[in-house]
Design a protein around this ligand. Structure first.
Ligand SMILES: Nc1nc2c(ncn2[C@@H]2O[C@H](COP(=O)(O)OP(=O)(O)OP(=O)(O)O)[C@@H](O)[C@H]2O)c(=O)[nH]1
Ligand SMILES: [Mg+2]
Length: 364
């Protein structure tokens, strides 16, 4: 399925039903009085995060999701039936904002989490409600209130624990294939990977984490070169970045240290928070050299980069060093639990100002 991480949609909650004007008419009950019931509540529209959806492709065609209208009230003090709510499924990791105000309404980060996107209109009052000592035969009733209407933008930021970073051909997809069941394409040309892939890495019984493989970065990515930095946002929710460096690049002119610096520079240009994240250096493809030579080159890379963080020598092709990597990452994740970015109570409570009047026009 096509990978899409930005989309727009409209939500329109149901209108409240109108109130009823009716009088009690019954044998032996003269002047029965008003008995018109209230209108029913309009159905609301909710967004709901579901597991197993990894793209916003379903929203490629912008459409309006509507709640059902409430039914009108009726005689004998019967309140109208409320309209059904509508649930729109979105992938876990979807950030929802209101296009008109630019306000972020919520961030659906957990399976089953819901967000009230448009509140249904209240039903109008039936004439029973208008009776008073001076007016015992009110012929008045309320119209239902219109349901809220909004235009929303959705942005998917995949939720992974670990992100892979590196030049095209650094071996990112090969590594995720080696440690998880994800099967992204691997080939010896740049930009084999065109969109992010997620894989679940098992590090022992009942212990696992999610790894994200994204397209390679090249110099000028922050300005749009190659596939640009469009996919870096999918690394923003990770807790560890694994920076892959090819220890023996095929191109003799390539300098792994210069390239690694370039990647770090692009990362900084994209977002400070991403550059400040825990980052480990993975010296990859060590199977191409004999162990002594690989160790020597790795030492040289670390020294020239003045790398202070964790360094691991691995080979995605043979699997060398990947067990240590899995265990190391798992331990780090255990020691650094995820901090919720947005309080989950924010979700499900959209802005109230001007909302229920829903007078805001349907833009664009
Ligand atoms: N010898 C050896 N070759 C590797 C290793 N890892 C990857 N390769 C080769 O390097 C080439 C690129 O590998 P990919 O996994 O597609 O690289 P990538 O980083 O995902 O590249 P993009 O998707 O283009 O960004 C392929 O020909 C792989 O077979 C390794 O550990 N050892
Ligand atoms: Mg790849």
């Amino acid at each position: 399925m096509k990978f899409i991480d930005e989309a727009k949609l409209k939500v329109q909650a149901g209108n409240g039903g109108r109130g009823c004007v009716s009088f009690r008419r019954e044998k032996f009950v003269p002047f029965g009085g008003p008995d018109g019931g209230d209108g029913g509540l309009g159905g609301s529209v909710y967004l709901r995060a579901v597991e197993g959806m990894n793209t916003l492709a379903d929203f490629r065609i912008a459409r309006t999701y509507r709640g059902q209208n409430g039914e009108a009230g009726s005689g004998n003090d019967c309140t109208g039936h409320g309209g059904d709510d509508t649930y729109v499924n979105v992938p876990v990791g979807t950030v929802v904002s209101d296009i008109d105000t630019g306000e972020t309404l919520g961030d659906l980060t957990a399976e089953g989490q819901t967000l009230l996107a448009a509140r249904g209109g209240k039903g109008g009052w039936g004439n029973t409600r208008f009776k008073s000592s001076t007016n015992r035969t009110p012929r008045k009733s309320g119209l239902g209130l219109p349901g809220e209407k909004r235009e929303l933008s959705l942005e998917l930021k995949l939720i992974a624990d670990v992100g892979l970073l590196g030049l095209p051909n650094a071996g990112k997809s090969t590594l995720i294939r080696a440690v998880s069941a994800a099967r992204p394409k691997v080939a010896d040309y740049p930009f084999t990977t065109l969109h992010p892939n997620l894989g679940v890495v098992s590090a022992g019984p009942g212990r696992s984490f999610v790894m994200a493989d994204i397209p390679g970065l090249i110099e000028g990515a922050a300005d749009g070169a190659g596939l640009g930095i469009r996919f870096l946002k999918h690394l923003q929710r990770t807790r560890v970045l694994l920076h892959l460096v090819d220890v023996a690049p095929a191109d003799p002119a390539a300098d792994p240290v210069r390239d690694a610096r370039m990647i770090i520079a692009e990362l900084k240009k994209f977002a400070a928070d991403l550059a400040a994240k825990e980052r480990w250096l993975l010296i990859n493809k060590i199977d191409l050299l004999d162990p002594a030579e690989a160790a020597k080159r790795a030492k040289d890379i670390v020294r020239r980069l003045r790398w202070k963080g964790r360094v691991l020598l691995i080979s995605g092709a043979t699997g060398a060093g990947t067990d240590e990597l899995k265990q190391g990452v798992m331990q780090y994740l255990d020691e650094h639990p995820r901090v919720p970015e947005l309080a989950s109570s924010d979700a499900g409570r959209p802005r109230r100002d001007g909302g229920s009047s829903a007078a805001s026009g349907e833009a664009g």
